[in-house]
Design a protein around this ligand. Sequence first.
Ligand code: PLP
Length: 287
Amino acid sequence: MNILQDPLLRWRNEFPILEHTTYMISHSLGPMPRRAQTALQEFTNIWATRGIRAWEEGWWDMPITCGDLIGSIIGAPRGRVAMHQNVSICQSIVTSCFQWNGPRNKIVTDGLNFPSNDYIYHALARQGADICSVASSDGMTIPLESILDAIDDRTQLVSISHVAFRSSFVQDLAAITKRAHEVGAYIIADLYQSAGIIPVDVTALGVDFATGGSVKWLLGGPGAGYLYVRPDLDPTLQPAATGWAAHAHLRVQQRPHHLLERHAPLPQRHTKCSVHVLRAFRLRNRQ
Ligand SMILES: Cc1ncc(COP(=O)(O)O)c(C=O)c1O
């Protein structure tokens, strides 16, 4: 096909910056879609005209309704993706589900993982976690065997960046997930550099958790992260990083012990604070 006849080219008009720039850095910050401006205007209009009614008229549910849009890109069933501030928060929520001072205290992280994820794991060393970072000898790739060999019956969590942010190296998530589950470990995949640019199917892969965000290939601008939680995951997993919006029957006057008794089902249980409406608006308008 002649590249000038590519039907995708019509989308270029949707990105104002392309009128005067050759934009080669979507892996860092995707270009702003024209519709983002309309979405932000819609947000302020609703705030101005509906005031507090806006919560009941869609804002409150936006972490999940917006998460469903992401779910349609990453192969997650409805209601399994919740929006948060960023990947760091999502990763912290997941790691706070586990005890790190027992015999199963090992975290295997790939040596090309995003630094923020590794900072979170290394901070867990204070709670007893044993961090095993599988090194990349060339700074670009990691042999699959090295990762598989590091996953053993002391491993509680395996963390893999699906596509390495520094080299675009694609990890074999299916093989790593299989190995993690064979030894009884959980796996969290960071999809930030894969979702929206290569096919991703969290259901087919069987990963337990996945994180990512709006900033890059999803073209939603800064400030929104998402967390996928596998539907059939152990319902007893309770994040210590939580908040009032995690309650199944939300009331401002709830006391902490009520939260422990009545968590909402996963992953809403992980929606820990007031919702991120402004960010969700930008992303939602990406449809
Ligand atoms: C693979 C990956 N994970 C995470 C992040 C960002 O993490 P956060 O959303 O916590 O800023 C980036 C880029 O900024 C990334 O490339």
